[in-house]
Design a protein around this ligand. Structure first.
Ligand code: CU
Length: 317
């Protein structure tokens, strides 16, 4: 038990085990008692019971109640597990045969290892570059499929420093069993040390900004004047009006799709002239681009409403 999700999940599990055990024992005991009580004896005859409303209502309502409790309880935990807190630290994960590639916002990259600070909400934004994998940290009681072609997310808050198993939980080919890693949960000071070690070439968003120039995105998406494509400042996290009348939320999957299949959702008021970058960018580059587009919407605290450019080096000119 090493994350915020572990105790609630375990409690439901224990409840289920105890419930099953009580039911099983109850049934066995009833069989035994009835077997004795109604054993064959001279002069005793069996009578057919034609039905009992009270009995039938009882054995319907009580199980219904128990199952509704389980349903409600499970749903609350599920929704909590599926909803990352807004200010989570975001880390990108790419699964491939047969390893986990991790990209931190600050620029650190690692393979089959995930270093995180204790007591901080972590949101993993995950995708696969080949087949379906599944990101599984048993001690945290979290598991999420990692799927090619889209992002899935997972969040948790590690509660105890230490090193924990990381498994791929989806059979993904010959060396699936070797697709193992470690999650290292560190004290804040150790984490700071770890973060400042190693050589880093720019934050993820900065790398995304470089790619944005190199791939020519910046020829259409301008920040000074209206270009042929929309100004991307403040787009992320807001609803986008589409040409066909729909409104969609500009989340990670939307930005991803905009880059790979631009014609899937065309922004209202623009022509579908954006070329697809499918096959031209790796999953990791895509993550960097997404992180960059996201950084264009991070207003400093207190400046709600006016999307101001990040004062950090990733801000555009
Ligand atoms: Cu796998």
């Amino acid at each position: 038990m090493a994350s915020n999700h572990a105790l609630p999940v375990d409690l439901v599990y224990i409840f289920l085990v105890v419930l099953s055990a009580v039911m099983t024992l109850g049934i066995f005991a009833t069989i035994a008692v009835f077997g004795l009580k109604y054993r064959r004896r001279h002069g005793r005859e069996a009578h057919q019971i034609e039905g009992s409303l009270i009995l039938e209502i009882t054995w319907s309502v009580i199980p219904l109640g128990i199952f509704m409790v389980l349903f409600g309880w499970g749903a609350v935990i599920y929704f909590h597990e599926r909803t990352p807190p807004r200010d989570s630290t975001e880390i990108y994960v790419v699964g491939k045969q047969w390893m986990w590639k991790i990209q931190h916002q600050e620029g650190q990259r690692e393979i089959n290892e995930l270093h995180i600070p204790v007591d901080r909400d972590i949101k993993l934004i995950m995708t696969s570059q080949d087949v379906i994998h599944s990101f599984f940290i048993p001690e945290f009681r979290v598991k999420q499929d990692v799927i090619p072609g889209r992002y899935t997310t997972l969040w948790f808050r590690a509660t105890t420093p230490g090193t924990y198993h990381l498994f791929c939980a989806q059979f993904c080919g010959t060396e699936h069993s070797g697709m193992i890693g470690q999650v290292v949960v560190m004290n804040p000071s150790d984490y700071q040390n770890w973060m400042s070690g190693g050589t880093i070439v720019g934050s993820l968003a900065q790398n995304g900004q470089t790619l944005f120039q190199q791939l020519g995105c910046s020829t259409c998406h301008r920040f000074d004047v209206q270009g042929r494509g929309p100004n991307l400042t403040g787009v992320f996290g807001k609803p986008v009006q589409l040409q066909d009348g729909r409104t969609v939320l500009a989340d990670e999957n939307y930005v991803r799709e905009s880059i790979l299949i631009p014609t899937a959702k065309v922004v209202s008021g623009f022509q579908p002239i954006m070329p697809s970058f499918q096959g031209q960018v790796s999953e990791e580059q895509l993550n960097a681009l997404v992180a960059y587009v996201k950084s264009l919407s991070q207003a400093p605290a207190g400046a709600a409403g006016t999307p101001t450019n990040n004062p950090g080096p990733a801000a555009n000119q």
